[in-house]
Ligand binder design. Structure first.
Ligand SMILES: CC(C)(COP(=O)(O)OP(=O)(O)OC[C@H]1O[C@@H](n2cnc3c(N)ncnc32)[C@H](O)[C@@H]1OP(=O)(O)O)[C@@H](O)C(=O)NCCC(=O)NCCS
Length: 147
């Protein structure tokens, strides 16, 4: 697996992967906006060159906020999300951040287990944070203090 920064030329492929993965997918414009803002935008690629995962996170004072993370269904269970999230933690350490924060759907057991395994701690719940045709869903807020 190769990890590298997202570049403008990758945006159509990443946005297509996000549409495959997420109920509330991002537009290409949203990915371009994060690149313009200088957010942390990392992708995982297989050796043949296809993008198999992505992570975007934005700094806010001394915090990093995980905005989105996804792994291609064909490449799950192989440590791709762990590698991408590990990069965010290392980046938070390198930029002297105090904390990394994220929200995750209460029903998303795979992601909640991933974050717990990586040392994130549940610190709260945002009621009805997600909304869609199937109704609303709470978000669990998780944090990883950076020492
Ligand atoms: C959640 C997601 C990012 C995990 O990606 P992944 O590359 O398969 O995760 P990893 O291989 O790094 O898994 C690391 C750990 O996470 C947990 N985990 C991952 N997938 C899991 C699953 N389906 N069920 C239970 N635990 C799971 C396990 O603890 C796993 O460790 P283990 O392999 O030793 O059991 C991926 O399933 C995904 O893209 N889901 C849809 C989008 C999403 O939910 N994004 C997160 C939004 S907050």
């Amino acid at each position: 697996m190769i990890l590298r920064d997202l570049e403008d030329r990758d945006v159509p492929e990443v946005a297509a992967l996000d549409r495959l993965i997420n109920r509330k997918s991002w537009s290409e414009a949203q990915f371009f906006e994060e690149l313009r803002l200088g957010s942390l935008c990392r992708i995982a690629m297989e050796p043949a060159g296809a993008i198999i995962g992505y992570l975007l996170a934005r700094p806010l004072t001394d915090e990093w906020h995980l905005l989105t993370l996804g792994v291609a269904p064909t490449h799950r269970g192989a440590g791709v999300a762990s590698a991408l999230t590990g990069e965010l933690i290392r980046h938070a350490v390198a930029t002297h951040a105090r904390i990394v924060l994220l929200e995750v759907r209460a029903s998303n057991q795979a992601a909640r287990k991933l974050y717990l395994k990586l040392g994130f701690i549940p610190i709260g719940r945002r009621k009805n944070y997600y909304s869609g045709p199937q109704g609303t869903e709470d978000a669990i807020v998780m944090s990883s203090p950076i020492r």
